[in-house]
Write a protein that binds this ligand. Sequence first.
Ligand code: AMP
Ligand code: GLY
Length: 386
Amino acid sequence: MENWLVVGSGGREYALAQTLAKVPNRQVYVAPGNVKMNQLPRVETVAIEEMAFPELAEFASQHDVQCTVVGPEQPLSAGIVDYFEKKNLPIFGPNKQAAQLESSKTFAKQMMQKSGVPTASYREFTDLTVALSYVHCQEPPLVIKADGLAAGKGVIIANSSQEAMAAVEKLTSTGSKKLLVEDYLQGEEFSLFAMVNGTTFVTMPIAQDHKRLADGDMGPNTGGMGAYSPVPHIDDRLKQEAVDQIIKPILQGMADADMPFNGFLYAGLINTASGIKVIEFNVRMGDPETQVVLPQLKSDLGELILQLKQGKQPEAEWQKGEFYLGTVVASRDYPRSVMNGRSLPVITDPDVEISYAGVEQQGDQIVSHGGRVLMVTAKAATLKAA
Ligand code: AMP
Ligand code: GLY
């Protein structure tokens, strides 16, 4: 048996564990995971929190873990990879320095500028009064962003200078020390994921996630209420453009700056009238995009990761001609608040796959625990049928 460790507890980690455990001679541990993961073959949860680096490293060492895969951004930004590598434990993810591509928007912007990667032009502010007078005399719409990790809640699109000023005040009053004001980009958004070792990488099929809470693109932004992949209107030519103009130069830029990137790179892109531009980078897989992307992988995910780590260029094989579409079942008041302890919906359709995220054991029942509770994913020959 070969042991792997996945860090995290949501739907993304559910899909990562499920995909890694497709290989019969592999045991996948998930820390802390969620109770439903234990129902997957060869998957077992371990009661260690995702930020408890010494305990995670101890577990990996004692279980002779082949490689640890990190799901969420918080442990990456806090240096879980540096911690493991100091102890010579194999792990797939960016170190703390490289994780700044997600944890600091100003770092990401500067790195993009240096590497010639197209993105919205921006100004950076640390002084409230200066920021207010700047947005006051700019032509709306304007995009106001807080600098640090904000779980998708640190971006406000202002359609008037009043809204822009209110946004600056709101983000400042909620503790943001640094703000970015950037140009509003218009176009189709899509996500491109790559598995990376330095400047060697493997890309995945394009995905789109549904960021707004409600149907018809209404309501507040969420972590993602659903996703689908592949995306028929982002064709191979556009994907190649994204690889050549974004993925390759940013990885080269990171390597040149002595911060080679490792792990999953998530490029949040937008196809504007003047070409593809970066909305943001994340240093991990997307949630819920992972749940619709990974089922398309015909190769073994673990083998791809190991080959990359050995400095090889792996060949990944992806399913063709099938579309995956998933929709999230969330707590009633998500994303404002959560209502735990609700019974889960009974889903009997044999043609859908369910990935569990916010669930826990309560007595002899499994109940909801968290904002996004589960995702139901269907696959079909057309996106519409899915
Ligand atoms: P982010 O947290 O940077 O991904 O931003 C969240 C969402 O805000 C994105 O998915 C976009 O829909 C929107 N957004 C962010 N930046 C811009 C921009 N410069 N122009 C237009 N929309 C943006
Ligand atoms: N679905 C968006 C994200 O994972 O950040």
